[in-house]
Design a protein around this ligand. Structure first.
Ligand SMILES: O=c1[nH]cnc2c1ncn2[C@H]1C[C@H](O)[C@@H](CO)O1
Ligand SMILES: [Zn+2]
Length: 343
């Protein structure tokens, strides 16, 4: 299975606050003189990673409370963005889109603009150091007010084409349906910012339809529960809307019952554009290589299947045509280097 590690990979759905390293948390705590419940990385990991008894998305989201107090200054944001790139590059990712919610980082005086600028600086520094491209996505949180989320979209628009490529909606899907966010994403569309929406994860297929039809989503985060309505699946297929599936995360949040129940094969067979992603490497205890390995182990995915998923991700990237052409070329070069045929 060494080819899985060596395979060039693309992660389109990766949360910044879901991939903080425990080692880094220890350093921050020492600098600030704050107490953590463990003194080494292995001891800290259980506080940052969900366990098998995670019951729901809300349960899963509770894990983020542990890291967020440390992500409240520009240095920490820049460093965590840099380390997200580093970690992905070491896993042979050649392109990543790192998403985060600027307003979750304004508890101690930063503005959304400061937060976004710091994350983009960290991504750039990572790009300079490693052979990887990295872009940012700004998230509107479902529990934030429309006024605050409109501000996130306005802030994002200032960075469009300058390190930021899209806006997203995340958080408690069951508690806050997409209908509440029409005005926010209308503004995103007016400002010409590409939209991806977390939908069909802790909510049903109707949320996916609303995200596409009313919020202007051109990609969908997760979408595993779209299968509850065949008409919605057909809609996704005919519009060519890529799904950002995150298999391990979807199993942990109980969006699906388990690997046997995972709809990826059915989706691919029916002509839906599917990508696989980590969602939250630390919180979910995964990596792109690990997601590929689990698909191979549980669902019999072979080399051609994985190449197809990565090619889909290259095509679904929020990059302009010239950048995408360069990424495509890089991908083909890298698979040729390891002797894997294109599909
Ligand atoms: O899979 C997810 N679904 C909905 N919200 C999520 C998911 N993973 C992370 N988040 C939330 C928690 C983070 O604090 C926030 C910003 O990255 O996004
Ligand atoms: Zn997510």
């Amino acid at each position: 299975m060494n080819w899985l590690k060596r395979m060039p990979k693309v992660d389109l759905h990766l949360h910044l606050d879901g991939c903080v390293k425990p080692e880094t948390m220890l350093e921050w705590a020492a600098e600030q003189g704050s107490e953590l419940p463990a003194n080494d990385a292995a001891g800290l990991l259980p506080y940052m990673t969900v366990s098998d008894d995670c019951a729901s998305l809300v349960d899963y989201l509770a894990k983020f409370r542990f890291v967020l107090p440390f992500l409240q200054n520009e240095q920490a944001l820049e460093r965590s963005a840099y380390e997200a790139v580093e970690r992905a590059a070491e896993d042979n990712c050649i392109y990543i889109e790192v998403r985060f919610a600027p307003l979750l980082h304004t508890e101690r005086g930063l503005t959304a603009d400061d937060a976004l600028a710091a994350v983009i600086r960290g991504l750039r520094r990572g790009e300079e150091r490693y052979e990887i491209r990295a872009r940012a996505i700004a998230i509107c949180m479902r529990h934030h007010s429309p006024k605050d989320n409109l501000e996130v979209v306005r802030t994002a628009s200032r960075y469009l084409g300058r390190g930021l490529v899209a806006v997203d909606l995340a958080g408690d899907e069951a508690g806050f349906p997409p209908q509440l966010f029409r005005e926010v994403f209308e503004l995103a569309q007016e400002l010409g910012i590409p939209v991806t929406i977390h939908a069909g994860e802790a909510g049903g297929a109707d949320n996916v339809l609303e995200a596409i039809d009313r919020l202007g989503a051109v990609r969908i985060g997760h979408g595993v529960r779209a299968r509850e309505n065949p008409a919605v699946l057909e809609r996704i297929r005919e519009c060519g809307i890529p799904l950002e599936l995150c298999p391990t995360s979807n199993i942990q949040t109980k969006a699906v019952d388990g690997w046997e129940d995972y709809p990826i094969r059915d989706y691919m067979r029916s002509g839906i554009v599917v990508t696989i992603n980590t969602d939250n490497p630390t919180v979910s205890g995964t990596s792109m290589t690990e997601e590929c390995r689990r698909l191979a182990e549980h669902l019999g995915f072979g080399m051609a299947d994985i190449v197809r998923l990565m090619e889909n991700a290259v095509e679904a990237a929020f990059l302009d045509e010239a950048e995408k052409a360069a990424l495509r070329e890089e991908f083909l070069l890298r698979i040729a280097e390891i002797g894997v045929p294109a599909v």
